[in-house]
Each structure stands twice: as structure tokens, then as C-alpha cells.
Design a protein around this ligand. Structure first.
Ligand SMILES: N[C@@H](Cc1ccc(O)cc1)C(=O)O
Length: 421
């Protein structure tokens, strides 16, 4: 292979299927092209699984090609059956409008919109929303055979478990999108996750049937990101890892990457970061020779948190992580503290002032009064990062952060959040 972009993509493990590898290589070597990837507004934020094709598109942009970012205002109304074992719940128009805004904002962060090959954002409701049913059936439905559709994995695999006519037609809508972008934006390639193969090829079929000469449009899919231990990629202890800081805080986001297993970290660096090959190869050596330093994990956490949340949020995430590691909580603000301890067990207590010994028994920190007294005198108890060694200490207003909560620790690692009612 002589095309440096494709070589890089192959090295990163980003090429799963290509409709015509030679054709694609020739096309992007000879010309700067436009190419697209779509995201349906199924939620008001994307999660990290969504960004793999988008980051790939960004790699094309860095090589001079123009990305077209499609938000599926129309397809989101239908629901893509690809890769799903069950029919989706329909969403309301209001929900979809809200989701579209959230997703657009996140796309804007990843791409450059200013340069000569600046990204372009489109919403398929622009052309699908205006189409009437006769037009749909005559101009597009006629191009595709039922038998051809039934051959698609996304459809075939759902025939027994149930597939509505609505989701059955989804692939035609995405096909119309590709055809539309080919006609109006000279869009030559569609990129998607491996589950999008069927939808991408429907588009190519439509383009082929509506254009006389041999057409020059292609599809590329990207492999599903997997984990070496066989569990599902992209989940933290609390669920999906979202890009929206309100759903997954920058600290949690940073932690997710930092906790990557040695067996996965280099693979993720290749897929998710824009670090150069030589840099990643150095990290690979580090993972092999000095894995305890976790240099690669730290770099991955930094790259990803900076990319999605910016430098300030990254620095804050690092600060929280260090404070937790050293046990020195005094450096954290109340807000950071809340974020850092989101997952520790919590108990609810009333706001009345209480003696420390009673307080830690009642909150379940120490098992008995005798134990509690011992813990306090031994210096094993701290409130919001500050040791309390006086058994006569009265826990009160001054110990409540934001008048709402408190972090109490027994020993080195036993944290509890007290929520005041
Ligand atoms: N079907 C894609 C999203 C998409 C929608 C419309 C398109 O034209 C392209 C892609 C998905 O679910 O991930």
C-alpha cells in the first residue's frame, strides 16, 4: 500500500471492510474528496462507541479530505435495526430535536470547520422530511429488491424475533442519504461501524442504479472495539461512557481510560488518539517492560480527556485522581469532592450537631462505640480530608460541604459519603 492515510488506518486497525480497497486507494490518492458518516440522535449525547468512525473521519480531514457530518433527524424517527436484537421504542419529535442539538455540539468539538476542507454538518430531515410517500416508493423503493434487503444481516437476523415494516425500511432511508450526498455534495465514501455495512451498501446500490456511467462511490466499515477479557467495551461501573460532562464527568471519563488493561491500551491508543505511530510504539515498549508505571494508560487518559473536555477539565480530573490517591482531600473543592466520591457508599443523616463518636457509629463507619473511640484516638478517622482525633469533637455545620454532604474516611481506603437531609 502506498497511500499514507490508508497505511496509517490499517496500522491502527481501523479498516474492517471496504467495498473496493483498490478503488478507494486510487480515489483518495488522486483526489481530495468529501466523505460522510452519520449518527442518529438516539440520546442527547454520544458515547465513546460513537466516536470511533468520527475520529476516523477526522483522520481523513487531517489528510486534506472534507468530512460531512450527518445527524439523523429523519432516521432517528425510524430507528436503525442494525446490530439490535429488538425493535426500538419510537422517540418523540421534541426528544429528537433536543438530541440533535446535543450531538451537533459534540461533533463540533472533534472537527475543524474553518479550513479549506472544513467539515460540513447536514441533517437528513432536510431532504427526507420533505419527501412524500409516493416519491419515496416510486423514486427509491423501486430501486431495491425485497430479496436483496432480506439478504442483509441487519434484517435477516431479525426476521424470527420480529421486525416492523418501519425498521425494515430504515436501510432505504440511509441509502437515500448517501445518494443525496453523492449528488449534491459529491460525497464519495461513507464510513460507519461494522454494523453499518448493510446500510452503506444499500446506498451504493441506489447510486449505481441511478447513475449511468460506472459510479465511483465506496464504503468503509470500522471494526467493533473489543476488550481482551471478552467483556463489552465502553462501559464503566455506572454504565455507558458518555461525552456529555453532565452524564459522565471528566474525572470519571479520565478514570475510564486510565483503567484500561495492559492488553488493550495500545490498541485503544491507535484507535482513539492522534498520537503518531512512533510515539505509540514507544508506549508499547513501556507497556512491555515497565507496565507498573502505566505510562500508556496515563497518556491515553490525557489525550482523550483533553480531546473531549479540554485542557482545564483534564487538569481538574488529574488533580482529583491525585488527591484520592494520596488521601489529601483538602486540595479539592466541594464540587470536585462530590464528583470524586460519586460511587462510594452513602448514608443519609439529619443535620443536628452530634458528638463524633455517636456520629461515626450512627453512620456505620465504626461498628461500636468502643471501636469508634479507638478509631478517633488512633487518628483513623478524617472528615473531608481532615483528621479528627478528639473524642469530644462535635460534628456540625462547619463539617458540611455545600451544607449538604461530607466525606468521611476510616483507615486508608474506607470512604463514605454522608448526605444530610
Ligand atoms: N444508521 C446509523 C446512523 C446513520 C443515519 C443516517 C445516515 O445517512 C448514515 C448513518 C447508525 O445507527 O449508527
Amino acid at each position: 500500500m502506498t497511500n499514507s492515510l490508508l497505511e496509517d488506518l490499517a496500522w491502527r486497525g481501523l479498516l474492517y471492510q471496504q467495498t473496493d480497497a483498490e478503488g478507494i486507494e486510487k480515489l483518495i490518492t488522486d483526489e481530495k474528496i468529501s466523505l460522510y458518516c452519520g449518527v442518529d440522535p438516539t440520546a442527547d449525547s454520544m458515547h465513546i462507541g460513537h466516536i470511533v468512525p468520527l475520529l476516523t473521519l477526522r483522520r481523513f480531514q487531517l489528510h486534506g479530505h472534507r468530512p460531512i457530518l450527518l445527524v439523523g433527524g429523519a432516521t432517528g424517527m425510524i430507528g436503525d435495526p442494525s446490530g439490535r436484537s429488538e425493535e426500538r421504542q419510537l422517540q418523540t419529535t421534541e426528544q429528537i430535536d433536543k438530541n440533535v442539538l446535543g450531538i451537533k455540539k459534540q461533533m463540533e468539538q472533534i472537527f475543524d470547520f474553518q479550513s479549506e476542507n472544513g467539515a460540513q454538518m447536514v441533517n437528513n430531515s432536510e431532504w427526507i422530511g420533505a419527501m412524500n410517500v409516493i416519491e419515496f416508493l416510486r423514486d427509491f423503493g423501486k430501486l431495491i429488491n425485497i430479496n436483496y434487503m432480506l439478504g442483509k444481516d441487519s434484517i435477516n437476523s431479525r426476521l424470527d424475533s420480529g421486525l416492523s415494516f418501519t425498521e425494515f425500511t430504515y436501510t432505504l432511508i440511509q441509502g437515500i442519504d448517501f445518494n443525496h450526498l453523492f449528488n449534491h455534495y459529491n460525497c464519495r465514501i461513507q464510513i460507519g461501524g461494522s454494523d453499518q455495512w448493510g446500510n452503506i451498501t444499500t446506498g451504493l446500490e441506489m447510486i449505481r442504479k441511478t447513475h449511468e456511467e460506472e459510479t465511483k462511490a465506496f464504503g468503509i466499515t470500522i471494526p467493533l472495539v473489543t476488550k481482551a477479557d471478552g467483556t463489552k467495551f465502553g462501559k464503566s461501573s455506572t454504565g455507558a461512557v458518555w461525552l456529555d460532562a453532565k452524564k459522565t464527568s471528566p474525572y470519571e471519563f479520565y478514570q475510564f481510560w486510565i483503567n484500561t488493561a495492559d492488553a488493550d491500551v495500545i490498541k485503544y491508543m491507535k484507535i482513539f488518539t492522534f498520537l503518531d505511530r512512533v510515539v505509540i510504539e514507544d508506549f508499547q515498549v513501556s507497556v512491555e517492560n515497565e507496565p507498573h508505571l502505566r505510562k500508556a494508560q496515563i497518556a491515553l487518559g490525557e489525550e482523550m480527556t483533553r480531546l473531549i473536555h479540554g485542557q482545564d477539565a483534564l487538569e481538574q480530573a488529574v488533580r482529583i485522581s491525585q488527591a484520592l490517591f494520596s488521601g489529601n482531600l483538602k486540595e479539592l473543592t466541594a464540587g470536585e469532592m462530590k464528583d470524586a466520591f460519586k460511587d462510594v457508599p452513602s448514608v443519609e443523616m439529619t443535620k443536628e450537631t452530634k458528638n463524633i463518636v455517636d456520629f461515626i457509629v450512627e453512620s456505620g463507619i465504626s461498628a461500636s462505640k468502643r471501636q469508634a473511640r479507638e478509631d478517633v484516638t488512633n487518628g483513623a478517622i478524617s472528615i473531608n480530608g481532615e483528621k479528627v482525633t478528639d473524642v469530644a469533637y462535635e460534628v456540625g455545620e462547619a463539617d458540611r460541604l455545600e451544607d449538604e454532604f461530607m466525606i468521611i474516611r476510616r483507615g486508608k481506603k474506607n470512604y463514605k459519603m454522608i448526605k444530610f437531609l
